[in-house]
Design a protein. Sequence first.
Lengths: 334, 264
Amino acid sequence: MNAPVFVRDLAKSYRVHEREEGLGAAMRALVKRRYRDVRAVDGITFEIGEGEVVGFLGPNGAGKTTTLKMLAGLLYPTSGEATVLGHTPWLRESRFLTQITLLMGNRSQLVWDIPAADSFRVLQQIYEIGESDYRVRLDELSDLLDLGPLLHKPVRQLSLGERMKVEFAASLVHAPRVIFLDEPTIGLDVTAQTRIRRFVADYNRRTGATILLTSHYMDDVVALCRRVLVIHHGKLLYDGGLADLATRMAPYKLVVVTLADGASPRFDEFGEVVASEEGRTTVRVPRESAAERTAAIIRAFEQQVVDLSVEDPPIEEVIDRVFSGERPLSQVRS
Amino acid sequence: MPEVRYARIAAIFLRTEIQYAMAYRANFTFGIVRLFIVVGTSIGAALILFQYTDAMNGWTLPQMIALLGVYYLVQGLADLMFMPSVTKLMEQVRLGTLDFVLLKPANSQFLVSTRYVEPTQIASVIVGAAVVALGASRMQPSPALSDALSFALALACGVALVYSLLIAIGTLAFWFVRMDNLLVIFSSLIEAGRFPVDIYPGWLRATLSTLVPIGIAVTVPAQAISGRVDALGLATIVLVGAGSLVFTAWFWRRGLRSYTGASA
């Protein structure tokens, strides 16, 4: 129970109203509505330790945002329990709210028509931050995020990347101990994504804050998280190291062979050929027989092999296989 | 001290909103011009009416003018502070940006109620107060100190009542998301408060005193300044005002439990 984030059997159902398309159906729906219960989060259990950065992975609608919102106190769960820093989130006690933050990449908390600096003053009052603390923190955040003149321009004049940096500063000005990030890099260009990633890593190192983040970009997760939670249809499929994810979820390896003179003979007998171009062939082989098959390939083409490597499949591919139901996972770390 | 802290938060909200309003100077000026036209024509209408009669159901001309003043005062306060907040609340519920309000370590009903202000409406409040003073100065006999005190009390309770109702309508958005039409119905019924509630026929008077109690929110303070309110009337508005605040606070918390936010 000492973990900053503790979740047990947490579940949330929504009642959604459904109708067929078309005007007729819309009119019928005015009178009589049909409802369906959707289990967005279906009994998940996990803990996050002090200072950990954990990635929360899953396709759209898997229940990631719903879980984050319950942990930030925005939603009441249907059943189950959770504590964040010893508080039950949805009671929304002030002492809890001053220690957490939730940043949503697709929503803005800044007032559009005024410079961010004015919005920051409002936050200072709400969070009761003393003037000297406020100065120190804002300087530090300005420094880490390179905010400079951005704070004094009306928010609507900022680019998406600039706005996101300011949103980060706004979400962190009260120095929260637990940080929930929901798609923090969505829509940003590669440079801005990299900056945000570096910032999150630095911030975690400097402050020891506990971070739970969702992202569609695997690069975010690979760069920041050693541990990941995989959720699908509201259920937790995997909880463990990022490195282990490939081993557990993808029971195969990729052997990449480059032959001299661009030769590309048949590799079918060694495994499934997934790519082949200009003498460079990628063969998918079962994980347990990877060594044996690699040796067989070398024996067969001994003279022609220019280069050979044995790789884990890219993490996106692994995740994709799981979500498309190709390889259901039974193993969940306890 | 929480009171000091909340006063500071309200002050910084107000400062931000004034800054924002000043950016649109022309709009500010026209708002004031519009106000003078509206107040002028309705006082003019009352003057014409009273050329044919000395009293309307017991209300004399100075008393009618005081009532119009109370009406502009109450409506001005509603438009200054409550209407912008409720309109914005509905938008925030629909877009899901209310999340950010709920993440803050302060009373969410307070934050929602004070965050948005329409500073141009301050003129309506000042004009309303001036019109009340004008009516009171013409009354025979002049209002006693006790009348002024019961006026202040009745006005505070009337404003609390209007505030509670508007926030309660806004809170309905937690279940139904769009409540704009109900808000429009409510604001057009507020218009009916321009006349004393006791001149309306029974069914309408009942509606204006209970369902949309703008009638009592405006009429009772005007009766008070005219020395026409009795202890029972005053006690009723105090009870109703305080009760509506308690109800709305409860209703707000109930609504929050149903808030699901815009998905994703």
